[in-house]
Design a protein around this ligand. Structure first.
Ligand SMILES: Cc1cc2nc3c(=O)[nH]c(=O)nc-3n(C[C@H](O)[C@H](O)[C@H](O)COP(=O)(O)OP(=O)(O)OC[C@H]3O[C@@H](n4cnc5c(N)ncnc54)[C@H](O)[C@@H]3O)c2cc1C
Length: 427
């Protein structure tokens, strides 16, 4: 039986961040991870020369947590186009983020799906979200996102053709039933900065953080069955002792290892289908949204338009994302998506080669009401939970949650005289 100051269950962003800060403070930490790599939901797979992110993720430049741990230049980031390409009826319109005024803004101004009043209100919303700090946003009146847009005078046409696919692409909520505070926080972050991808895929971020940990901190392919006050029991029956345990998994897995409902398990889903093609369907590195209510495909992105390294030489990688509920099997879903996309891009779509489909059952916590933004939860005197399920789904909140949980656990360890062992361990 080994003994640690802290065992962390899960090596997603929250677990890695907690491990990093606890090790920086000199504690003896072990991270147990069921899969074969770190990064949790934000990891990438390599397949036949392609880099497949587990669902389309972007790094947001305005975030601050990651920069506290790594030098982001190591990621070789490139920015996507600042806005969206909206497929509405049979045309494409560019919606450019007003902060990055370009000639393309003319396309935004002329777009067919918004009335003049909508465009004015959209600009008003942009200015409001850009100037209002986060701590004020989370105190604004709460309602569903749909109610918020309707009450603020946006037309049904704009809500259906822009807000639905845009929020579905970011928080996987096509029905706009999430808390309006939650959606406004997302829109604020979308309006205020550029988003980017690392050259080696989103998984490069967690790998870079994991490299900051002491060697052998993470035990991969190690599934925790049960968390108790003095340690964890593994699936293979082994017991590992520790003074504290931090559960850094999604809410469903946390409730599973804690054997009771500690966190709300409501979540959103997304399916990402990857295709390979000889030619990219568009030339810009822009997220293409489906502004027509019909159809299953919500958004499409071509990572190779940003980093050609996402695919072997001469090939393009295309990520097709579905957010609406469906009951199609793998093959039916693939055919349905390609049929829809042949309307967007022409029949050459039928030559695309399907690579892989990811069904992501727990994409982000679903929050109909955002009453409290918390970054850790105390389950008992020695067990804490962290991760995005406590607040809102993002790499930033997961990293902050890990940091804040590490800080509180470190304070508890410092109070405990038995932590003197820590000093012996360091010598
Ligand atoms: C498709 C998609 C797109 C997204 N896009 C963005 C984006 O653009 N920008 C952004 O900031 N955020 C985005 N997010 C959200 C972001 O990925 C998450 O908020 C963040 O990664 C959550 O990290 P976490 O540490 O809280 O949990 P997780 O990443 O879920 O990590 C939990 C870890 O625990 C492990 N685990 C679970 N059970 C056990 C067990 N019993 N024993 C051992 N290990 C266990 C899991 O394998 C996993 O590695 C996106 C999410 C998805 C799914």
């Amino acid at each position: 039986m080994k003994s640690f100051d802290v065992i962390i269950v899960g090596s997603g962003f929250s677990g890695l961040s907690a491990a990093y800060y606890l090790q920086q403070a000199g504690f003896k930490v072990k991270v147990l991870e069921v899969s074969s790599q770190s990064g949790g939901r934000a990891r990438s797979d390599k397949m036949d020369g392609y880099t497949l992110d587990r669902g389309l993720h972007f790094y947001h430049h305005s975030t601050t947590e990651l920069k506290k741990i790594i030098n982001i230049n190591e990621l070789e980031l490139k920015n996507t186009y600042p806005g969206y390409l909206l497929r509405y009826q049979n045309t494409f319109n560019l919606f450019t983020n007003p902060v990055y005024q370009t000639f393309d803004s003319l396309s935004t101004a002329l777009s067919q799906n918004a009335t003049f009043t909508d465009k004015m209100r959209l600009f008003g919303l942009y200015v409001k979200l850009k100037t209002l700090p986060y701590n004020k946003l989370v105190k604004e009146n709460e309602s569903s996102t749909f109610e918020y847009f309707s009450k603020n005078g946006f037309s049904k046409k704009l809500i259906d053709s822009l807000f639905r696919p845009m929020l579905a692409a970011n928080i996987f909520d096509y029905n706009l039933q999430s808390s309006s505070r939650f959606s406004k926080i997302y829109l604020k972050s979308l309006f205020q900065d550029h988003v980017a991808l690392p050259k080696d895929g989103i998984g490069k971020i967690s790998k870079t953080i994991a490299n900051k940990l002491e060697p052998n901190t993470i035990s991969f392919k190690t599934k925790v069955k049960k968390v108790v006050d003095n340690g964890v029991e593994l699936m293979n029956g082994e017991f590992i002792e520790s003074k504290f345990v931090i559960v850094a998994t999604n809410a469903i897995d946390a409730n599973g290892v804690l054997h009771r409902e500690v966190l709300s398990a409501e979540c959103s889903h997304v399916t990402t289908l990857y295709f390979s093609a000889d030619k990219a369907p568009v030339s810009k590195a822009v997220v293409i949204l489906n502004g027509n209510e019909s159809g299953l495909v919500n958004h499409v992105f071509v990572p190779t338009n940003l980093h050609k390294e996402y695919a072997p030489k001469g090939k393009h990688l295309i990520a097709v994302n579905v957010v609406k509920e469906h009951d199609l099997d793998d093959e039916e879903l693939e055919i349905k998506c390609l049929t829809e996309l042949s309307d967007w891009f022409g029949l050459s779509v039928m030559d695309w080669k399907h690579l892989k489909t990811y069904y992501i059952k727990y994409a982000m916590p679903f929050k109909p009401i955002l009453d409290e933004v918390r970054f850790f939860k105390k389950v008992s005197d020695t067990i804490y939970c962290c991760g995005d399920s406590l607040s809102i789904g993002s790499m930033e909140t997961a990293l902050r949650s890990g940091r804040e949980t590490a800080s509180i656990v470190a304070q508890e360890l410092e109070k405990n005289p038995s932590t003197l062992e820590k000093l012996e361990f360091q010598q």
